[in-house]
Unconditional design. Structure first.
Length: 137
């Protein structure tokens, strides 16, 4: 039974968990379903199954040894795979960030560095998002 209309990003439900029972939430568990195909498994282009029954489970938490490292344990369950595939992504906390990438929509190519907006071109090069006025000499 399909709960929602499939989209490229799917439908995610998360819950906070107090894993060590100290009264503070330490883990965010997220499950994503309802992703619309065709989709590829990763940047290599390996296709996921066309039945669109993919389930992605994530456990997002701080590294106990270094609280400046955020860990994202990602497990993909798909009928194109012989068994669930798990990977851990690490993100380092930047205390003085100098750039920000807004990835909130499908196929977004806009990047903000400092207070300037740029567009990521098809060739992988950054271009200003607005016209730069030329100085006359």
């Amino acid at each position: 039974m399909q709960i929602c209309k499939p989209t490229f990003l799917g439908y995610s439900i998360g819950r906070w968990v107090d894993e060590d029972r100290d009264g503070r939430y330490d883990v965010l568990e997220v499950e994503t379903r309802g992703m619309k195909g065709p989709r590829s498994f990763e940047a290599s282009g390996i296709p996921l199954h066309s039945d669109n029954q993919t389930v992605v489970k994530e456990r997002i938490h701080l590294d106990r040894a270094n609280p400046d490292i955020l860990l994202d344990d990602i497990t993909t369950i798909d009928n194109a795979l012989t068994r669930p595939w798990t990977v851990t992504k690490k993100y380092r906390r930047e205390h003085n960030p100098i750039w920000y990438q807004n990835d909130c929509s499908e196929d977004n190519h806009h990047v903000t560095i400092g207070k300037e907006n740029y567009f990521l071109g098809a060739d992988g090069e950054l271009m200003p998002a607005k016209r730069i006025s030329r100085l006359r000499t």
